[in-house]
Design a protein around this ligand. Sequence first.
Ligand code: GTR
Length: 327
Amino acid sequence: MLNRRSFSALAGVAFAALLATSVQAQNVTLRSTDIHPTDYPTVEAVRHMGKLLEERTQGRIKINVFHSAQLGQEKDTIDQTRFGVIDINRINMAPFNNLIPATNVPSLPFIFRSVDHMRKVMDGKIGDDLLKEFEKHDLIGLAFYDSGSRSFYNSKRPINSPADMKGMKIRVQQSDMFVALVSALGANATPMPFGEVYSALQTGVIDGAENNWPSYESTRHFEVSKFYSQTEHSLSPEVLVMSKKSFEKFDAADQALIKAAAKESVAKMRELWDAREKASEAKVKAGGAQINAVEKQPFIDAMKPVYDKFVTDPKLKDMVAAIQAVK
Ligand code: GTR
């Protein structure tokens, strides 16, 4: 006969065993966030990931992408994702810079020689190691997406050398590294959420900002800030992260499916991105943007202090060297 004590001990063991054998998820729709509009390549790529998951789980797992910042501006969505209120977040590396020091490295000015170099680095071991960094912060790093190259644009004049930027008020992402990058050029950095930039440009609160072709175009910033100078100073990639809380609700097989679908969406993203970049460039030109090429070396030299300030940790120094060594 079981006495009361051994009965409750047994019940405890049985309960623990039940918890350990996680039940296969049924009818789950993951909430994913993106600040970009519905037709933007990042939004479409996460939808593609959702389609793959839906097919492979016979409809058990789906993704609903909340585009156009419906769930908030990037910086605000980080904690919501860590807490599991948002399941998936497509976000730039920059808003993570202050929280996760290693994310500064791929955002650094002129760290990549070309888009191909960036893709090779982010697809390889350096990228995989960086994805793991997110786990310490209650997030699962799923994949990196491209973000083209970021250049300065403003409403005053074409920028040909750092001296042309002196005293200009330039909006940056909410990252100390980006503040330092703009300050190194003698301009005044104004960190601000993406969604506030159009009216800040329009009202003259800021003189300019920096971004890639598709963002310059989709936000219509070109209407109020027509000088786009191709400094191409940062290739800061996008990252796709998942809430660890949400991820751990799935069994190992589903977790593997989620990771695989995310990785597979990268190719789709790149295909869409390459086409969108060209289309956006043509659209802003037709819309009156004045584009100028820029000699990069003076900008590379002026931004050197950013490395001195943000790459002090030996691990980050190694990471910079490893990136530079990728051929
Ligand atoms: C875009 C990027 C966004 C965000 C935005 C910004 O290029 O895709 O994730 O970082 O720039 O400047 O805030």
